[in-house]
Write a protein that binds this ligand. Structure first.
Ligand code: AMP
Length: 216
């Protein structure tokens, strides 16, 4: 765990960082730099006892699980894949909203393929969540793990369909894909290291309460 009298918050760059700023402000915390401009991975704040570490979105739960960060903000998609061991998830922050979907090339009759009991090749970063989803529906799938640009997989002949996050739908449209099934709505959650919450409740609880008050 980190210093007993200080808080470390794990955030990812981009949308989560931007949408977390108002929540931090509600807790009286203002980061001293923007990670988009600075290449620093540890960012101070106006509070000498609070710092932010900038990590990949999928690494946020790991930093918090092992106590390298006391708090973190991660998408539900990331938390489902991680499994959530060692983490409290006290708040849905309702930020970085999108949905996890199955998408396929326009013209591919996904529903008919499922009805026929066809074995589908699905490319995704979300192997665990996709496996559970298709197993629950009794759909036969071969899952292919990718780390990015899932939209390319059906176009290049790697897969029949993908499981990916969709927000505006613009990326699917630009690649002649269409959403064929919504798996679940996604938003970002506050995660808290369980030992930190016990040992540093005086420091952490006010921050958690301020976040809760600021959630739209
Ligand atoms: P859009 O074109 O607005 O539907 O956005 C889709 C692209 O942005 C896909 O590549 C997604 O993986 C990514 N994306 C959308 N929403 C999120 C989010 N909340 N967190 C991370 N990635 C996202």
């Amino acid at each position: 765990m980190n210093a007993i009298n200080a808080i470390t918050i794990a955030l990812s760059k981009g949308r989560i960082f931007e949408e977390t700023l108002p929540l931090l402000a509600a807790a009286g915390i203002v980061p001293s730099e923007n990670p988009e401009q600075s290449r620093k991975l540890i960012i101070g704040t106006n509070r000498p006892d609070v710092r932010v570490v900038i990590v990949r979105a999928s690494d946020v739960p790991t930093y918090v699980q092992y106590g390298a960060a006391d708090l973190g903000i991660a998408g539900k998609d990331v938390l489902l894949e991680h499994g959530g061991t060692g983490l409290y998830q006290p708040l849905d922050l309702k930020i970085a909203k999108c949905r996890l979907c199955v998408a396929a090339p326009v013209g591919f009759d996904y529903a008919a393929a499922v009805r026929r009991g066809a074995r589908l090749r699905i490319a995704t970063k979300y192997i665990q969540t996709a496996r559970e989803h298709f197993a629950a529906k009794g759909v036969h799938v071969d899952l292919i793990k990718l780390y990015g640009s899932m939209e390319l997989a059906p176009l290049a002949g790697l897969a029949d369909a993908i499981v990916d996050l969709v927000s505006s739908g613009g990326t699917l449209k630009a690649n002649n894909l269409t959403e064929v099934e919504e798996i679940m709505p996604i938003s970002s959650r506050l995660v808290v290291n369980q030992a930190s919450l016990k040992m540093k409740r005086d420091l952490l609880q006010p921050v958690i309460d301020s976040f809760a008050g600021a959630v739209q």
